[in-house]
Design a protein around this ligand. Sequence first.
Ligand SMILES: Nc1ncnc2c1ncn2[C@@H]1O[C@H](COP(=O)(O)OP(=O)(O)OP(=O)(O)O)[C@@H](O)[C@H]1O
Ligand SMILES: Nc1ncnc2c1ncn2[C@@H]1O[C@H](COP(=O)(O)OP(=O)(O)OP(=O)(O)O)[C@@H](O)[C@H]1O
Ligand SMILES: [Mg+2]
Ligand SMILES: [Mg+2]
Lengths: 254, 254
Amino acid sequence: MTLKIAITNQKGGVGKTTTAVNIAASLAKVKRKVLLIDADPQSNATSAAGIPKNSESSLYEYFEEGGPLTHYIKDATGDYKIFPANSNLVATEKIIENTEKREKFFSNNLKINKKDFDYIIFDCPPSLNLLTINAMEYCKNVLVPVQCEYYALEGLVTLKSTIDQLNEARNLNIKIAGILRTMADWRNNLTHQVSSELEGHFKELVLNTIIPRNVKLAEAPSYGQSILDYDIKSIGAEAFLSLSGEFIRRFENG
Amino acid sequence: MTLKIAITNQKGGVGKTTTAVNIAASLAKVKRKVLLIDADPQSNATSAAGIPKNSESSLYEYFEEGGPLTHYIKDATGDYKIFPANSNLVATEKIIENTEKREKFFSNNLKINKKDFDYIIFDCPPSLNLLTINAMEYCKNVLVPVQCEYYALEGLVTLKSTIDQLNEARNLNIKIAGILRTMADWRNNLTHQVSSELEGHFKELVLNTIIPRNVKLAEAPSYGQSILDYDIKSIGAEAFLSLSGEFIRRFENG
Ligand SMILES: Nc1ncnc2c1ncn2[C@@H]1O[C@H](COP(=O)(O)OP(=O)(O)OP(=O)(O)O)[C@@H](O)[C@H]1O
Ligand SMILES: Nc1ncnc2c1ncn2[C@@H]1O[C@H](COP(=O)(O)OP(=O)(O)OP(=O)(O)O)[C@@H](O)[C@H]1O
Ligand SMILES: [Mg+2]
Ligand SMILES: [Mg+2]
């Protein structure tokens, strides 16, 4: 049974791409078949996977030109597969805008053989645009990385009410599957405050694994590597390996 | 002569809002009359200025209902004025989409008496949408905060080429007035690498003032205060006061 997860938060810079790339690599390490789909025209996940950003292969070309999925999907540097992005993705949003059932464009047009993958993970841009909404609808499950800081906490309340509105207005059935605390720096009071506020508000939705602030995580993408290949002994790598364990417990054994 | 500056970068979480709020407060401290316009539906600048996010006063209401600007502009906690935002701003984007000369909607409809202000500063959302493009066109000058990390560097190249394309296609004459290095942590190699790469590529566009990573800057907004009111002795406050000096040298005496 393929598990589909959209990594989303309209607040910028909270660690969506860092989470997408490193959880894909960590799940691949424990022998899961993982497809990471880069739905952000900025193509950060694509370059972190070691793929050139300006390749002619993205969801845009797939929807425009068709052809077998294997033509578009590439091998990432971390044993997982990636559906890369490029700047043409901006045009995909315009195309989706002019179709019926805009929110279900991916569900109606993205034909992935579920038997090929155990996990399909989307990296989304920092806005609740049609690319993000389509990824959420396609996956139904949303993982929300939240930096342990004030604005990110504010953003979560907005995201939750947007999802509730979409579900009511368009009968989409999207749910927040988990909230992941990122860039935690326990030397700062702010991290403690935001972290306990999240636990108070969102209770069992908050994942046990917390990703610490670790410069190795920021260095790895400039080499086109996941944290596991860049520095397996770092606290960042440890955190993502333990996150893959939590994924398996929470989503596979449910 | 009113100086207009749009603070923009489609890469998320690079310090756009932190820069907008604290440069507005720092310029107000040295007796400049400053209007900060929050053009991001997330309304982070609005809450950092001590104004409730769900007020009925944003560019959306101004364009829809009209009336005197004084009805919409509020006093911020830091001696500057703010044109707040709320989530209705998302609808403004749709309205702009359906007009002629979409990029000049703000220039054609936002009537601010330039004599009232020395500086008009826009805080933009993390995407190159019509709100951001309108703010860039209205101001002509763009300040780009860049976190000293890999993805932010990649994003800058995209932003520059987007501005060049807009200028050519729509004759807009937008220019990057300055690049501001943010969240610099000199203990990390990455900061040194990205910083020198920026200096190499963008030469005199890179501002001399560098904003250091300082947790006080992340704490201040949860109290609805600028860094000057929250902790005037912090390294964050020092950096923004020196940035206001560089603004005066570069933009006023230019
Ligand atoms: N735990 C961490 N420790 C240190 N640096 C981190 C961590 N997580 C992410 N970063 C760095 O912080 C920056 C923001 O992270 P990232 O780009 O993954 O966020 P994002 O939510 O995908 O941003 P966007 O909103 O632009 O898509 C990047 O430079 C990244 O390398
Ligand atoms: N110099 C700094 N030192 C420490 N923390 C900072 C600094 N600048 C910004 N921050 C914090 O980093 C986070 C991102 O900054 P901010 O929200 O200003 O970026 P942004 O570019 O406006 O984000 P968005 O793309 O969502 O609009 C915030 O939690 C902010 O408080
Ligand atoms: Mg990202
Ligand atoms: Mg912001």
